[in-house]
Design a protein. Structure first.
Length: 238
């Protein structure tokens, strides 16, 4: 019967059976007197150095942010989540965010509205601003800024403040478990509800703004005069 395993002689001929502690170790090369001592110069990596510096800067920035945040909270007082002060802060933040930004782009909005009414009126923004400034001055370029500011301030206030309100309102209706499981749907419903009321608040001011920007010369000089002109001619439905 043939042997299935190799013999001892075959194993010795193919493998070194000398114990590890008896094997000869490779000779360590001798260091010359001009060669630097490796234990004094550790390995350096540009990538690791950049990472360390980035982490250091990140930690420093986080500390500065925490310091500034603590200082601001100490002056303004701590705002508890979903408290009246919290809703007021969100509402004011939305008012400033939307009101100021939309007012800043009034010159673009003016050209857009007039070109939508008459596409041949201007060929481009710069041509439009040039014609308007020569005919009406710098103030003419910002025609409609007043209803824009008041309207989008109201919209931003309802949008930001209303979103936080409806988010908690729907979460309380759904319960903790359903609120956690359907968070995305709940937030979508909250944003849609807030936007609904925000656009209603915007509508009267938007009506005045569009009419001021699309009539040459403007039919009103400001927000209040525009509202009074419209209501006297068309009633509150106008």
């Amino acid at each position: 019967m043939p042997v299935l395993f190799p013999s001892q002689e075959a194993l010795r001929s193919h493998f070194d059976t000398t114990p590890i502690y008896r094997r000869s170790q490779p000779a360590t090369p001798q260091r010359t007197k001009y060669q630097a001592r490796p234990e004094l110069y550790t390995a350096w990596s540009a990538i690791d150095d950049a990472k360390n510096k980035a982490n250091h800067l990140s930690d420093a920035a986080a500390k500065e942010f925490e310091k500034a945040s603590s200082s601001a909270q100490a002056k303004a007082g701590k705002i508890e989540l979903y408290s009246p002060k919290y809703y007021a802060a969100c509402t004011f933040g939305g008012l400033m965010a939307c009101g100021l930004t939309h007012t800043a782009v009034t010159p673009l909005d003016l050209v857009k509205c007039r070109r939508q009414v008459d596409s041949k009126l201007y060929k481009g923004n710069f041509e439009a601003w040039g014609k308007i400034s020569r005919a009406e001055g710098l103030r003419g370029i910002f025609t409609g800024w007043s209803p824009t500011f008041f309207g989008y301030s109201a919209q931003g206030a309802f949008k930001y403040g209303g979103y936080e309100y409806f988010k908690k309102f729907y979460a309380d209706l759904a319960g903790p478990e359903n609120a956690a499981n359907y968070k995305t749907s709940l937030y979508l419903a909250a944003s849609a509800s807030a936007e609904f009321f925000a656009d209603i608040a915007l509508c009267p001011f938007e009506a005045v703004k569009v009419r001021m920007q699309t009539t040459i010369p403007p039919f009103a000089t400001g927000t209040l005069s525009g509202i009074n002109t419209i209501t006297s001619a068309e009633g509150t439905g106008g």
